[in-house]
Design a protein around this ligand. Structure first.
Ligand code: C5P
Length: 222
């Protein structure tokens, strides 16, 4: 069986960055599952499908073709790498992700990403639902204020004029929806290695995660 490490947690905890670094370190594949929900939110908005129409969204999810090539994301052949990273796309993703039928359609797609030599999977339900047998489950947290600050800094660096207060409000709303939905809610998987990253640098988080991974895969981590 292909070894899998899951990394779950709310947005802005550094999951994606840590998943990439860990995958590079181990030479494993990396799955950013949020991209699927972001792509679906985007295609729904482009085609005028309501974000609360579970059946229509599930159909769209089964028809859409998402590909990862050279660090870019393609939806039906169209480069959507930038379009899916906006706050609006994150919110649309969180709304389409609340439907059980949509999640069921995307389940098989995510599982087939587990290919040798191994997979690092990041998202909200990687350890609880998609890869319940993962050898190591990591759960990253950070205060909403710190996560908003990180996002604010990223957007400012891109030259965008944004309000910190608005970002805090959006992060809280998204957390609330992701934690309280009836299907696959965001929560720490049983037995997860949980880390509060509020006052840690990326390097400090990576070192601790590598420490945990070394305990489970001593030959791979080295
Ligand atoms: O991780 P990211 O911020 O890209 O995810 C966007 C949204 O997609 C999340 O707020 C969440 O609602 C949804 N999501 C999910 N399950 C996953 C990954 C993402 O519900 N495994």
């Amino acid at each position: 069986m292909t070894p899998v490490i899951t990394i779950d947690g709310p947005s802005g905890t550094g999951k994606g960055t840590i998943a990439d670094l860990l995958a590079q370190h181990l030479g494993w594949h990396c799955l950013d599952s949020g991209v699927l929900y972001r792509a679906l939110g985007l295609v729904a908005q482009r085609r005028g499908v309501e974000l609360d129409s579970a059946d229509a969204l599930a159909r769209l999810a089964s028809e859409m073709k998402v590909e990862f090539r050279a660090k870019r994301v393609y939806l039906d052949g169209d480069d959507i790498t930038g379009a899916i990273r906006t706050e609006q796309a994150g919110n649309a993703a969180s709304r389409v992700a609340a439907h059980g039928k949509v999640r069921d359609v995307l389940l098989a797609w995510q599982r087939q990403a587990a290919k040798p030599p191994g997979l690092i999977a990041d998202g909200r339900d990687m350890g609880t639902r998609v890869f319940p047998d993962a050898a190591l489950k990591i759960f990253l947290t950070a205060s909403a204020e710190e996560r908003a600050q990180r996002r604010y800094k990223q957007l400012k660096e891109k030259g965008l004029d944004v309000s910190l207060q608005l970002i805090v409000t959006e992060i809280r709303e998204r957390d609330e929806r992701d934690r309280n939905r009836s299907v696959a809610p965001l929560k720490a998987p049983c037995g997860a290695f949980t880390l509060d990253t509020t006052s840690l640098s990326i390097k400090e988080v990576l070192d601790r995660v590598l420490g945990a991974a070394g305990g489970v895969f001593p030959d791979s981590v080295g």
